[in-house]
Unconditional design. Structure first.
Length: 86
């Protein structure tokens, strides 16, 4: 099944202020940084069942894995995915 992923920076009004699409290869590079046991279904191998917070202490690790990304000050970032229907 095809997936889509985004890194979204949310502003203080809970609006998406900075959105970057991520590729499957990029998700493979960062997925082990997150606790994927959170979704009720068990393991979320492809980060597609929940929103995963990219905390300030995690941002340098994400940037090491995906140098093209940018984190803007004052935003709260999450990686979110979805499974697309065929």
């Amino acid at each position: 099944m095809p997936h889509i992923w985004e890194l979204t920076g949310w502003d203080a009004d809970e609006r998406p202020a900075h959105v970057t699409e991520l590729s499957r290869e990029e998700i493979v590079r960062i997925r082990d940084l997150f606790d994927r046991r959170l979704p009720p279904a068990g393991k979320d191998e492809w980060l597609a069942c929940a929103a995963y917070e990219v905390t300030l202490d995690l941002q340098p690790q994400v940037l090491t894995a995906i140098p093209r990304l940018e984190f803007k000050p004052g935003l709260h970032y999450f990686v979110e995915g979805a499974v697309l229907s065929d």
